[in-house]
Design a protein around this ligand. Sequence first.
Ligand code: CMP
Length: 147
Amino acid sequence: EKERTLAMIKPDGLLGNYTDDIKKTIIRSGFSIVREMMIQLDEEKAKLFYTEHSAKSFFPDLVRYMTSGPVLLMVLEKYNAISDWRSLIGPTDAKQAKISHPSSIRAMCGSSTERNCVHGSDSRLSAAREISFFFKDIFPGVFIYIH
Ligand code: CMP
């Protein structure tokens, strides 16, 4: 089924000049980029986006990292976009990715469990939430899936 997912290039990905290589990989893998927006997250928005991690010990660090520079948001579309994008980016721990998934995006541009350079929605429900979180003015009400 044709799906949309939220992809994000995090501050380390942008600062490290990985944007072009990441986009080439996206296009080569058959995704279309249907929306794109560069933003600077403030503390409030970063905390809200990662609210499910708010009780974790790494949360303050995560918020600091995600607000340390701009991020590039993309809505990707393709058959099976959600799980295919997650496969393409590789495991959360970028150090592990370099060993176990050397051709993944996180192996290319990430450096640790925290600084893993890209994000991908992990389910239909989070794709719907995350796309409307950032793009609700553009796609009003389109991504409400009823299970
Ligand atoms: P992501 O999967 O995009 O969303 C949650 C983020 O929290 C994750 O990427 C990492 O950037 C960060 N993260 C997850 N687990 C840890 C951890 N154990 N230590 C530090 N950061 C983490």
